[in-house]
Design a protein around this ligand. Structure first.
Ligand SMILES: NC(=O)c1ccc[n+]([C@@H]2O[C@H](COP(=O)([O-])OP(=O)(O)OC[C@H]3O[C@@H](n4cnc5c(N)ncnc54)[C@H](OP(=O)(O)O)[C@@H]3O)[C@@H](O)[C@H]2O)c1
Length: 218
């Protein structure tokens, strides 16, 4: 299977949360945000789960630095992305990846807003199939910007090639607050995804940790 080079990028608190229990997720400092926008300008596409669209309504464009907007991809089995979502503005192509269960009416509304629909998977989006399709479209570098549930699925399936984590100087607490990686979790350390630290840096108040998996299944 061919797939793009997948970079997973997230900002988390010192205690590993990517949003507070109230849903605040703007953890990065200004300099780190500019770095994120620069990264967006350097990739072919940016991908998020529909949970992030519904919570944060991000536009996923490049605004804080000069550069071109990447293609935007939303992983959204039921086509639940609201037609009014910022990600459907006309600033770049937006792909909504859905399953075969997505209601036709919703698909029509999204198409009317200019979205390209990719059907991958029966009930839930099949990420391997989706990544393969994106690769065939010429997307060689993909930046994943969360959230917690999508991060888990990609990590569990060994589809992440690089992790860029910003550790921001906050403690958010809360058992229900979303962590960097959610989902079911690995039962044992022996089954977990093992990483190699390749870079450590500091941007403003945030610590940047860059990891690569020790082995990535293709
Ligand atoms: N600090 C940060 O860097 C950062 C970045 C991004 C997001 N966040 C935060 O993360 C939170 C959202 O995370 P989340 O976990 O609720 O949502 P999410 O990961 O953004 O989206 C998850 C949804 O994607 C859909 N999906 C479809 N196919 C999937 C698959 N194969 N694997 C996984 N998901 C699939 C599912 O909905 P369907 O079944 O309906 O398709 C699933 O519920 C928000 O609070 C947001 O603020 C923080």
């Amino acid at each position: 299977m061919s797939k793009p080079f997948v970079i997973l990028k997230a900002a988390m608190s010192v205690d590993g949360k990517i949003a507070s229990i109230g849903g605040d997720s703007k953890l990065s400092c200004e300099e780190d945000l500019r770095r994120l926008h620069y990264l967006r300008s350097q990739v072919d596409a940016v991908m998020v789960g529909v949970g992030t669209i519904l919570k944060d309504d991000p536009s996923l464009t490049v605004r804080l630095v000069r550069g071109r907007n990447p293609i935007r991809v939303v992983v959204d089995s039921q086509a639940s992305t609201p037609p009014t979502a910022k990600v459907l503005d006309q600033k770049a192509l937006t792909i909504i990846a859905v399953s075969r269960k997505a209601p036709k009416k919703r698909l029509e509304r999204l198409k009317e807003r200019g979205a390209k629909i990719i059907v991958a998977g029966k009930k839930q989006v099949n990420l391997k199939v989706l990544l393969n399709r994106l690769c065939q479209m010429g997307i060689k570098k993909l930046l994943v910007e969360g959230g917690s549930t999508l991060n888990w699925s990609l990590i569990k399936e060994h589809l992440v090639d690089e992790l860029q984590v910003s550790v921001c100087p906050f403690i958010l607490g809360g058992e229900k607050a979303k962590t960097l990686v959610g989902g079911k979790g690995f039962r044992r350390i022996a089954e977990s995804l093992k990483l190699k630290l390749v870079r450590v840096g500091r941007v403003g108040e945030d610590i940047i940790l860059v990891y690569r998996p020790l082995a990535t299944k293709q």
